[in-house]
Design a protein around this ligand. Structure first.
Ligand code: E4P
Length: 215
């Protein structure tokens, strides 16, 4: 399973990269705004910086919602680096744009996916990644992890190559459950990734080993 970090914060991206287990980064317009990154030139420059820190896949989201606008913006983003994966919303023009990029060999991440039907469409359009938002489904008392399982079943039934990128991951157990189900990728905040390190028996065991070593 690939690990992506879900942030536009350069310090956190650097920290996750130093851990040595990071495969990529996802961002969205809200995460960019949280870092105070606004305006086309600043946004492009920020993506360049992220690409320099992490050698893996970097999802960069388009703001346009019409077909022509998404193509224009997506091509500009993709020209920044071969690492860029153009993130496109799950809307009618978005599906057309994913098909266009897929035929041009530009990789895509279909975002804002909340149902198995949407995931099926994204795969048929040739999306590289599909991003089901599990935390936001849980927030409205829907079964986020159940959606990951449904998409896994459907993709396996037909051998779709689209990778399931579990997004809106809120905590460490989401990561473990996604791994059990067979998600291809999780994108999570740094806190959820670091949470995987923690176990009280590791801490107490290490404390005892160190005190015994001192004699
Ligand atoms: C990532 O691709 C998504 O945009 C992100 O995981 C959404 O997370 P949120 O629901 O915590 O905003």
């Amino acid at each position: 399973m690939k690990f992506f970090i879900d942030t536009a914060n350069l310090a956190q991206i650097q920290e996750a990269e130093h851990l040595g287990v990071l495969d990529g980064v996802t961002t969205n317009p809200s995460l960019m705004a949280k870092e105070g990154i606004r305006g086309e030139e600043n946004i492009l420059e920020h993506y360049r910086k992220i690409c320099e820190i992490v050698p893996g896949d970097i999802s960069a989201e388009v703001i346009a919602t019409d077909y022509e606008g998404m193509i224009l913006e997506g091509e500009k983003l993709a020209s920044l680096s071969p690492q860029i994966v153009v993130k496109i919303p799950m809307i009618k023009d978005g599906i057309r744009a994913i098909r266009y990029f897929s035929e041009k060999g530009i990789r895509t991440n279909c975002t804002l996916v909340f149902s198995a039907g949407q995931a099926l469409l994204a795969a048929k359009a040739g999306a590289t990644y599909v991003s089901p938002f599990i935390g936001r489904l849980d927030d409205i008392s829907n079964d986020g992890l159940g959606l990951i399982a449904d998409i896994r079943l459907i993709y396996d039934n037909y051998g779709y190559n689209t990778q399931i990128l579990a997004a809106s991951v809120r905590h460490t157990m989401h990561i473990i459950d996604c791994a059990k189900i067979g998600a291809d990728v999780i994108t999570a905040p740094l806190s959820a990734i670091l949470g995987l390190l923690k176990h009280p028996l590791t801490d107490s065991g290490l404390e005892k080993f160190l005190s015994d070593a001192k004699g």
